[in-house]
Design a protein around this ligand. Structure first.
Ligand SMILES: Nc1ncnc2c1ncn2[C@@H]1O[C@H](COP(=O)(O)OP(=O)(O)OP(=O)(O)O)[C@@H](O)[C@H]1O
Ligand SMILES: [Mg+2]
Length: 371
């Protein structure tokens, strides 16, 4: 099972040096505002691919006043030892990954540690912009398919090159062809990743119990994703995208940017009990729907690989739920297995976990276990 039995931090955010007394159960962090609870979840999120739970830059996470490097190291229940360091020696900053004492890669680490999170920032995702939803969904895709990160950065790089070319006002066709080929390769990969995760997510939504966290009907809006959902192969999606961009150069030049492609796709979400778009649901309904989606994503990760359930990081999820929903959430978390990390300002929020979780008090850069 994926669970941390030890977590230690050096110069990470407000923690100079910290080793958490973990026993492998779920972890409930409680303490005052500003105590450092979210910082701990952010530290755990560094063990997964991407920039972590706050999408901060690597240097931002270094403790103010420290030399600039930081380390997050953990022991897993299966005895693997993993660590991520921001190394600032030699003038540059680079992320260094270690696995069982030897240098490793983010990709190798991603095979061992899977992480899904929910933060208060995501609360507005259904009402927000398409780009908010795309980012939210791509984060889920990344947890399933770590190579999604490199496809996304290749796509963004090629997109910047194409936009720069369009801005010149005169497009050299051979040059544009070359850029659009790279754009279409990474774009097709992105669309296929998104569609693949959508399949597992939909299956996991159906498999979840009816109850306090309503089901969502979700789909991807975007020509390439829809083609991938229909089962079109890489080559035909690649050709479709390349053709789209080849024939829209003049229009895109007038607009000053690339108007179509997977960077414009959206996630459509329907609140199944009412049949209405999620953006029209009440605040509480949206939160419950979001929790349901995150739980489904964790279930999908477990099912897809027939592997251990992921680490689940839930920042301030408990505070906004009534006691029945809180108890239902904790029951679902326990049924999922793995290890969940939850935060809240008060210890009583976690009472219905009983002895299925350990409570840790967070105050000013120190963390104490409760007996
Ligand atoms: N790079 C940094 N170096 C030192 N301290 C930092 C750094 N970044 C953030 N902090 C401090 O960490 C604290 C915030 O921690 P965090 O967001 O984890 O609090 P929290 O316990 O989650 O609070 P809340 O209940 O309000 O969400 C703040 O006091 C902030 O000043
Ligand atoms: Mg917080």
């Amino acid at each position: 099972m994926t669970a941390l039995t030890r977590l230690s931090l050096t110069d990470f955010r407000n923690y100079a040096s910290l080793t958490l007394p973990l026993d492998g159960r779920h972890v409930c962090l409680y303490g005052a505002n500003g105590a450092g609870k979210t910082n701990l979840l952010e530290a755990v999120s560094q063990l997964g691919p991407g920039r972590g739970l706050r999408s901060s830059t690597l240097p931002d996470m270094a403790r103010s006043g420290s030399a600039g490097s930081w380390t997050v190291a953990a022991t897993l229940a299966d005895e693997h030892k993993v660590g991520v360091t921001l190394d600032t020696s030699g003038g540059s900053s680079k992320r260094v990954v270690r696995l069982d004492g030897a240098p490793s890669t983010a990709t190798e680490l991603a095979e061992i540690v899977r992480i899904v999170w929910l933060t208060p920032n995501m609360d507005g995702v259904f009402r927000g912009s398409a780009s908010d939803r795309r980012r939210f969904y791509d984060r889920l895709v990344l947890a399933h398919t770590p190579s999604h990160a490199s496809a996304s950065s290749r796509y963004e790089r090629a997109m910047r090159e194409r936009n720069a070319l369009l801005e010149r006002g005169h497009v050299d066709p051979a040059w544009a062809d070359a850029i659009e080929t790279r754009l279409a390769e990474s774009g097709a990969e992105i669309a296929i990743n998104r569609a693949h995760v959508m399949d597992s997510l939909q299956a996991a939504i159906e498999a979840r119990p009816e109850g306090h966290f309503p089901k969502a009907d979700i789909s991807l809006e975007g020509a390439a994703e829809q083609a991938a959902t229909r089962g079109d192969d890489f080559k035909s999606i690649f050709e479709m995208l390349a053709e789209t961009w080849r024939t829209s150069r003049r229009r895109d030049m007038a607009a000053g940017r690339t108007l179509e492609g997977p960077h414009r796709s959206d996630l459509a979400v329907i609140h199944r009990p009412t049949g209405a778009p999620a953006k029209d649901a009440s605040t509480g309904q949206q939160k419950a729907l979001l929790i349901g989606l995150i739980l489904a994503s964790a279930t999908a990760l477990k099912a897809e690989r027939d592997g251990p359930p992921p680490l689940l990081l839930l920042d301030e999820a408990a505070a906004h739920l009534d006691p029945d929903r809180r108890a239902a959430l904790f029951d679902e978390i326990c049924a999922l297995g793995g290890q969940a990390w939850l935060t809240g300002t008060e210890k009583f929020l976690f009472d219905s976990f009983g002895d299925r979780a350990q409570a840790l008090h967070v105050a000013d850069g120190t963390v104490t276990a409760e007996n």
